[in-house]
Design a binder for this molecule. Structure first.
Ligand SMILES: NC(=O)c1ccc[n+]([C@@H]2O[C@H](COP(=O)([O-])OP(=O)(O)OC[C@H]3O[C@@H](n4cnc5c(N)ncnc54)[C@H](OP(=O)(O)O)[C@@H]3O)[C@@H](O)[C@H]2O)c1
Length: 341
């Protein structure tokens, strides 16, 4: 059989098509003109028979079962970890590629963990499953890698400020409901998060482990090391903030070789997928509101630490786009470009 060209249509499945990330995957597949021949929208039994919108038409949602992947080239998984664990191998077994947004496969040695601007060559080693990093990790490594390439990185201290959509639709719904409660003069009632998120800041993303770290924090460390193939030290605190979309982070970076803020700014500006917004004289800095709906990671507040040779930077990214859907689709685009599918 002759090899397909990049523009030949592919059969694409979106698992979790009714969720926060799945909806953006559907929108971006059309927006980026990914060569979708057939589109299968999959979710749980609860949503089977409802419709989602793709490229201006309604597509009926089917239950995600192994048979739904017959003939599929790419399956984007944006559902639950346990679903990816069971069904991603079913995609691979049928000759397709599963691109997974859950944490299930990220640290598996057989599975590439890819940010296409950073480690696209890892895709060549795929065995039918490719993993997408956590939404926080993607913005973090996109801001770190340009600096690492010019000066090496020894360590980073990072505090993240993460939007509620990072927890999917339940996070968005909880913030909206609590805003309405406060607006009526009622006390906000916590349900999904352990304490009110409205008008508040929670030093917890996901759940605490026995060692006092959250599961999100530990992902940031291990995923960064795998993507960069570098044992960089990462000290981290992940914080949930009452912002709908857009994860922010402040990073204090110790480089291996001296690097001025000007040189860091130039390296960041030259890196694909990163844009510098750094004009303190005119209050120019990037915010979550600025990045919502954009694919670039925005970086600003680049300055030397007053007490050391380390550099401070501030970084924001749209967790539903570059932190999830955009990165997943870029992986598929890169695989098509490389003739891997
Ligand atoms: N939100 C982010 O910023 C972000 C970023 C990176 C990675 N992720 C990861 O992406 C995945 C999806 O997150 P999300 O934020 O989009 O969550 P979400 O809004 O809660 O959506 C979850 C989706 O999964 C589907 N689902 C749940 N259980 C299922 C089952 N048993 N079988 C089939 N489908 C099932 C849901 O379908 P129903 O409507 O039928 O329930 C829904 O479509 C998660 O693994 C998350 O960790 C999220």
């Amino acid at each position: 059989m002759s090899q397909r060209t990049p523009s030949d249509p592919r059969c694409v499945a979106v698992v979790g098509a009714t969720g926060a990330v799945g909806e953006v995957v559907l929108r971006l597949l059309a927006e980026r003109s990914f060569p979708v021949g057939e589109l299968r929208a999959l979710a749980s039994e609860r949503s089977a028979g409802t419709t989602v919108s793709f490229a201006g038409r309604d597509v009926e949602v089917q239950e995600a079962k192994p048979e739904a992947f017959d003939g599929v080239d790419f399956a984007f998984f944006a559902a639950t970890g346990s679903l990816s664990k069971g069904l991603a191998p079913e995609v691979a077994r049928r000759g397709g590629v599963a691109i997974d947004k859950s944490s299930t496969w990220r640290l598996n040695d057989e599975v590439p963990l890819v940010v296409p601007e950073i480690n696209p060559d890892d895709l060549d080693k795929h065995k039918g499953i490719v993993s997408c990093p956590n939404c926080t990790t993607i913005g973090f490594v996109m801001a770190l890698e340009p600096i690492r390439r010019v000066a090496g990185v020894r360590s980073v201290v990072v505090t993240t400020l993460q939007a509620v959509s990072g927890s999917g639709k339940p996070g968005l719904e909880e913030l909206a409901r609590q805003k309405a409660e406060v607006g009526r003069g009622d006390a906000p009632v916590p349900d999904f998060y352990p304490t009110p998120i409205v008008d508040n800041v929670l030093p917890l993303c996901e759940t605490f482990r026995d060692d006092g770290y959250s599961t999100e924090e530990v992902k940031l460390l291990h995923e960064t090391r795998k993507i960069l193939a570098d044992d960089v030290d990462v000290s981290m605190t992940c914080v949930r903030v009452p912002v709908p979309v857009g994860h922010s982070a402040t990073m204090l970076i110790e480089t291996e070789r001296p690097l001025t803020p000007e040189a860091a700014r130039a390296a960041l500006a030259a890196f694909p997928g990163v844009a510098v917004v750094d004009d303190p004289a005119h209050n120019g800095f990037p915010t979550a509101r600025d990045v919502e709906g954009r694919d670039e990671v925005l970086v600003g507040r680049i300055r030397k630490d007053l007490g050391s040779d380390r550099l401070w930077i501030w970084q924001v990214s749209d967790n539903l786009r570059k932190g999830a859907a955009t990165n997943a689709i870029q992986i598929a685009e890169e695989m098509v470009r490389r003739g891997l599918k």
